[in-house]
Design a protein around this ligand. Structure first.
Ligand SMILES: [Fe+2]
Length: 204
């Protein structure tokens, strides 16, 4: 019988296969999609409240996935890596991620990790870096993204953003929440990010 997790993986893959981008195509091709499920209890977070707005904002190609997440949010295992000591208590009410597959997500994959990140409006996800290479596809627009020595630049839904290994990056949301798809590969997949100037660490 098909579970809600099977459907999650199917929707996730279907969206990724619709993305017309060489880097994404290469990543999708290398992923072994026949992954064993990993039992996981649901875990809910305050940021899940943004999923209704996210589902409205998502463009047509990302809407099925965004709607699926909104509908089934309470069945999924959402996570946070940072604590109030890292970016403050307010950040934690507007931040969370779902690992679809990887070393700890709903499906087992030791080579590649991928999932979805939620950020609420008007917050900054400060500079951080990690060994794994990261591909992001925002599924809602309006967020500003920064990488390396560059400045913040607004990115639209469907753009592909590539963070090479160990390059520092940050995000700053505007008046609307962000839903973004991420793929991590080529490094320790559950490694905690490094935040310059602190000993605090987190992921994605
Ligand atoms: Fe990252």
């Amino acid at each position: 019988m098909k579970t809600v997790f099977d459907e999650l993986l199917q929707q996730f893959q279907a969206y990724l296969r619709s993305v017309d981008n060489a880097l994404v195509r290469d990543a999708v091709t290398r992923i072994g999609w026949d992954m064993p499920a990993r039992p996981a209890e649901p875990h809910r977070l305050p940021c899940l409240a943004y999923l209704d707005r996210v589902a409205e904002l998502a463009p047509p190609d990302a809407k099925p996935l965004a709607r699926f997440l909104a509908t089934h949010r309470n069945d999924l295992r959402w996570g946070q890596t940072y604590s109030a000591a890292d970016f403050g208590a307010e950040f934690l009410t507007r931040y969370g991620w779902l690992e679809v597959f990887g070393t700890r997500g709903h499906f087992v994959n030791e080579e590649v990790a991928a999932g979805l990140l939620i950020l609420g409006p008007d917050i900054v996800y400060p500079d951080h870096h990690h060994i794994a290479e990261e591909i992001y596809i925002p599924l809602t627009g309006g967020t500003e993204w920064r990488m390396g020595e560059g400045g913040f630049r607004q990115r639209e839904a469907g753009e592909v953003i590539h963070h090479p290994s160990d390059v520092s990056h940050a995000m700053r949301t505007g008046s609307q929440p962000l839903l973004a798809l991420y793929i991590w590969r080529g490094g320790p997949l559950a490694q905690k990010s490094t935040i310059p100037g602190t000993v605090a660490q987190g992921r994605s």
